[in-house]
Design a protein around this ligand. Structure first.
Ligand code: SAM
Length: 244
C-alpha cells in the first residue's frame, strides 16, 4: 500500500515531491500511517491513532544523545559483541537498519557503518535523520561514518562486504514500556514482520569477513534455529555471535 507524504511546510514542497518520486510515496490516500514533512523534520504518524505521537530519527538530541554521552562506550554489550576491544574499529553492515539506533551507537564508537533498510518510509526517515545530524557540529563526524542503502538485504549483501554483519530483524516484543509500545505499534503497523529473516543469516555469513552478530529478545530462539558460538546478554536482549 502506497504511503502518503503530506507536506506541512510551504517552503519544502519541492523536497516533498522529490521524496515522493524517489520512494514511491503518494500525495494523499487512505493508509494507517502517513509521513509528514514539517519545517523541522520528516515524521511518521499513525493516522488512526493521532495521540500516539510521531516517530522520527533524531541522532542529535533525546535518547541517542544521552546514549552517546553516557551509554558506556566500548564496554556496552553491542560493542563487545561486534568486537570493539583494544582500539579495533571493524567495518560493519547493519543489514536491518530500522531507525538506525544500533548503527549510530557503533558509528559513534568509531565504526564505519553501512545501513541497509528495505522499507521506503523507514529509509526516508533515516535519510532525514542523517541529513539533520550532518548539520550538527558534534554529531556530523559520526553521521559521516554512516551510509544508507535503500534495498533488500538478501539482494544487496552479495554485492557488499565488511568485517561484521549486524542483524536485528523484527520480532514480536513483550516489552510494555511506553516508548517501545509507541514505536513498536507504529513499526508493526508499517513494517509488519520479517518473514525472510531466516534467509538473512546465510546472506550475512557470505558478506562478513569476521563474524555475524544477531540481536534477539532474550526469550527468542536463535535466528534460523542456528546455534551461535557465543552470546553477549543484556537486560532484555542478547547478541548471538557467529564467527567465520
Ligand atoms: C527491529 S528493526 C531494527 C532496529 C534497529 N536495529 C535500530 O536500532 O533502530 C528491523 C528493521 O529491519 C528492516 N528489515 C528487515 N528485513 C530486512 C531485509 N531483508 N532487508 C532490509 N531491511 C530489512 C525492517 O524494515 C525494519 O525496519
Amino acid at each position: 500500500m502506497a504511503i502518503p507524504l503530506i507536506c506541512q511546510c510551504p517552503e519544502r514542497q519541492q523536497e516533498a515531491a522529490q521524496l515522493r518520486a524517489r520512494y514511491g510515496f503518494v500525495e494523499a490516500g487512505q493508509s494507517p500511517c502517513a509521513l509528514v514533512l514539517t519545517a523541522e523534520r520528516l515524521e511518521l504518524r499513525k493516522t488512526d491513532e493521532p495521540k500516539l505521537g510521531a516517530v522520527y530519527v533524531d541522532f542529535v538530541e533525546g535518547a541517542m544523545a544521552h546514549r552517546r554521552k553516557f551509554g558506556g562506550g566500548r564496554g556496552q554489550a553491542i560493542a563487545k559483541a561486534v568486537g570493539l576491544k583494544k582500539g579495533a574499529n571493524p567495518t560493519v553492515i547493519d543489514a536491518t537498519a530500522g531507525l538506525g539506533r544500533d548503527a549510530f551507537v557503533l558509528a559513534s564508537l568509531g565504526c564505519e557503518v553501512q545501513l541497509i533498510e528495505r522499507h521506503p518510509a523507514v529509509a526516508a526517515l533515516l535519510e532525514d535523520g542523517l541529513a539533520r545530524a550532518a548539520l550538527d557540529l558534534d554529531v556530523a563526524p559520526i553521521a559521516m561514518r554512516m551510509s544508507l542503502h535503500h534495498g533488500v538485504a538478501v539482494e544487496l549483501l552479495p554485492t557488499m562486504s565488511a568485517d561484521v554483519v549486524y542483524l536485528d530483524p523484527m520480532f514480536p516484543h513483550r516489552d510494555k514500556s511506553a516508548l517501545v509500545k509507541k514505536e513498536m505499534r507504529i513499526f508493526q503497523t508499517l513494517v509488519g514482520s520479517d518473514p525472510d529473516a531466516d534467509a538473512l543469516l546465510a546472506a550475512a555469513r557470505q558478506a562478513a569477513r569476521l563474524k555475524v552478530v544477531v540481536k534477539r529478545p532474550d526469550y527468542a530462539e536463535p535466528l534460523a534455529g542456528a546455534k551461535p558460538a557465543s552470546s553477549v546478554p543484556t537486560k532484555k536482549n542478547r547478541f548471538d555471535i557467529y564467527p567465520q
